[in-house]
Design a protein. Structure first.
Length: 521
C-alpha cells in the first residue's frame, strides 16, 4: 500500500515513497525468474509492471535446451549460437548460459511448468532455424510462452507485484543505485532500494508492425541511457521472417512460428517459387536474419505485398499448432488448406543494456535481464528459442546477484532531480523507423530518420503514454546512431549501401548517453 508523506528536500516533490531491498521492473520470464529468486533468498522484493501483457506470453516456438541422454551437446548448441551471432557473440557467455539451461528448465518445472511429451516422462523435441539438432522443448504445440508465463505467474502469486506502475527514472548517487522513480494512480513516487533489476522487455513498437505486446516501447533502454549505462549492439534488431500479413492492421501482429518450417512448411512467393533456394545451405531453416532478408529482397524484386508459408504438408497442423491456426482462422485463412500470407516483422532486439552473465551492469546495484539486456549471448542475431532460455538463466542469476548486493548494501534516501525529456509523435516515429530502419537500411535513410527524430518537442511524463513516447524517442535515436556507425551488413543489420561483411568491424559498439549528447564508441 502506498504511503503518503510531506515532501522534503531529498524527494523532489513526489507524492509517496516506499522501501524495498530489490525492485524488479517487468513481469515476463526474466523479471519473474529474478523476483522469485530474490524473494526466496529472503529479500524484500517489489515488482513494478505497467502492462498486463508480456512478450513471454506470446512466445510460440519453445525453449532451446540441451537435454541429457540425447544426441545433442552443449558444444553443438554453442556452435549453432555462435554461427547465428555472426562473430559478435561472447563465446564464454554463450557457453555459460547454454550449460545452465537444463537446470533452469528443471527449476521451472518445479514451479509448475508442463512441456509436451513424446512418451511418458520424455519431452518432445522439435527443430528450428539455425539449429543443427532437435533441441526445442515446447508446450501446447506452439504456446510455450503462455505456459511459461502461467507457471511463473502462479509461483509469483504471493509476491508484491504493483500493477499500473510506470518506471520513469533510475535513481542513483555518483556510484550506485538508490531507487526508482515511478508513476501510479496515486501520483509520482519513489521506491528506495539498493538493487534494481531492469526486465522491461523489448522495443518492437519502434515500428508500425511488430510481434511484441503494446508495452514493448524500449523503456529499459531509455532508463539505462538516462542513467549513463552502456547500451551495446542496438543496431541489431531481429525481424521475424514470418509475421502474419494483414494490410489493414498495425501494432502487434501474430507471428507464425518457425517451428512450422522445422516440421516441413515451405516459403514461396506469389508465383510458387521458393524464397530461400540458393540463398543458404539450410534453406527455409536458415537463421532468421537470412530468411527475413531473403523475403525482403523478393518483395522488393516482385513488388508483392507478402510471401506465403505453405504448411499444407504438415500433418495435423491444427492440433500441433493451435495458436497459429487460431490466428490464421481469425484472419480468414485455414492453414491446412491455404498458404499463409507472411512478411517480416519487428521481433527481438539482440543488443541492449550491457551486462555480464549475472545481469550486472557497470553501476553497482543495477542489473538487467531478458530482452532488455545484452549479455553477449546473441551477438548480431538471435538463434531461435534462445530467448526464453536466456531469460530463465540470467533472470534467476540476476535475482540472486541483486539479493546478495542488497544484503551487503543499505540504500540511502534517493534524491529526485527533475529532467526535461522530449518526444516525437508516436505515429511519425513509427513510420520513420519502418521506412528507414527496418530490415534493410542505408546512410541516406538513417540520416532522414535522425533528422525526423531531431524534431522532438519537450513533453512532461504526465502519463504512461507520455513516458512511452519519450522512451521510444530516446531508443530510436540510439538505434539510428548505432545503425549509422556500422557500415557493413552483419547478422540482422543489413545496410543496402554496405552489403558485405567488413571484418575490421567484427566487434561490438557501446553507446553511453543519448546520441545527441554522446556518440558511439
Amino acid at each position: 500500500m502506498t504511503r503518503r508523506f510531506a515532501c522534503g528536500v531529498n524527494t523532489g516533490g513526489v507524492d509517496w515513497q516506499q522501501r524495498a531491498d530489490v525492485v524488479v521492473i517487468g513481469t515476463g520470464v526474466a523479471g519473474l525468474a529474478a523476483a522469485l529468486t530474490a524473494h526466496r533468498m529472503g529479500r524484500r522484493t517489489v515488482i513494478v509492471s505497467k502492462a498486463p501483457d508480456t512478450a513471454t506470453f506470446y512466445a510460440q516456438g519453445g525453449i532451446a535446451v540441451v537435454l541429457p541422454d540425447t544426441d545433442d551437446s552443449v558444444d553443438a548448441h554453442v556452435r549453432d549460437t555462435l554461427a547465428a551471432g555472426a562473430g559478435l557473440c561472447d563465446a564464454d557467455a554463450v557457453r555459460s548460459i547454454v550449460a545452465d539451461g537444463h537446470r533452469a528448465v528443471v527449476d521451472l518445472v518445479h514451479d509448475g511448468a508442463r512441456f509436451d511429451e513424446s512418451a511418458p516422462g520424455q519431452w518432445a523435441l522439435t527443430r528450428e532455424g539455425g539449429h543443427s539438432r532437435r533441441r526445442i522443448i515446447h508446450a501446447g504445440g506452439d504456446a510455450t510462452g503462455a505456459e511459461v508465463q502461467r507457471a511463473l505467474d502462479h509461483a509469483a502469486a504471493t509476491l508484491d507485484i504493483r500493477r499500473n506502475h510506470v518506471a520513469l527514472q533510475i535513481l542513483h548517487d555518483d556510484s550506485a543505485v538508490t531507487g526508482v522513480l515511478v508513476r501510479n494512480a496515486d501520483g509520482l513516487g519513489v521506491v528506495h532500494a539498493p538493487s534494481v533489476i531492469l526486465a522491461t522487455g523489448g522495443l518492437g513498437h519502434l515500428y508500425g508492425a511488430t510481434t511484441n505486446p503494446e508495452g514493448s516501447t524500449g523503456d529499459g533502454i531509455a532508463l539505462a541511457l538516462w542513467a549513463g549505462i552502456g547500451i551495446t549492439d542496438l543496431e541489431f534488431i531481429q525481424f521475424h521472417p514470418t509475421m502474419l500479413f494483414d494490410r489493414t492492421a498495425s501494432g502487434r501482429r501474430p507471428l507464425i512460428t518457425e517451428a512450422l518450417r522445422g516440421e516441413g512448411a515451405v516459403l514461396r512467393d506469389a508465383r510458387g517459387d521458393s524464397v530461400t533456394a540458393g540463398v543458404h545451405p539450410l534453406g527455409d531453416l536458415a537463421p532468421r536474419d537470412v530468411v527475413a532478408a531473403a523475403i525482403e529482397e523478393r518483395l522488393r524484386a516482385t513488388g508483392d505485398e507478402c510471401v506465403f508459408l505453405d504448411a499444407r504438408s504438415v500433418d495435423h497442423v491444427a492440433q500441433r499448432f493451435p495458436t497459429v491456426t487460431a490466428a490464421c482462422r481469425a484472419a480468414g485463412i485455414d492453414p491446412a488448406r491455404q498458404p499463409i500470407p507472411v512478411v517480416p516483422g519487428a521481433h527481438y532486439s539482440c543488443g541492449g543494456v550491457h551486462t555480464d552473465v549475472y545481469g550486472r551492469t557497470e553501476m553497482a546495484g543495477l542489473f538487467a535481464a531478458g530482452e532488455v539486456a545484452r549479455t553477449g549471448m546473441h551477438g548480431a542475431n538471435r538463434l531461435a528459442s534462445n530467448s526464453l532460455l536466456e531469460g530463465l538463466v540470467v533472470g534467476g542469476r540476476a535475482g540472486r546477484a541483486a539479493a546478495q548486493h542488497a544484503t551487503a548494501s543499505a540504500a540511502p534516501m534517493a534524491k529526485v532531480e527533475r529532467r526535461h525529456h522530449d518526444a516525437v509523435d508516436r505515429q511519425v516515429l513509427q513510420a520513420a523507423m519502418t521506412r528507414w530502419a527496418s530490415v534493410v537500411r542505408d546512410a541516406d535513410g538513417l540520416q532522414d530518420l535522425t533528422d525526423t527524430l531531431g524534431q522532438a518537442t519537450v513533453r512532461p511524463m504526465a502519463s504512461r503514454a507520455d513516458a512511452e513516447d519519450i522512451a521510444l524517442t530516446a531508443t530510436a535515436r540510439a538505434v539510428a546512431a548505432a545503425a549509422l556507425a556500422r557500415t557493413e551488413s552483419r547478422g540482422c543489420h543489413h545496410r543496402g549501401d554496405h552489403p558485405g561483411i567488413d571484418e575490421a568491424q567484427a566487434s561490438s559498439r557501446t553507446l553511453h548517453g543519448e546520441p545527441a549528447v554522446v556518440g558511439v564508441r
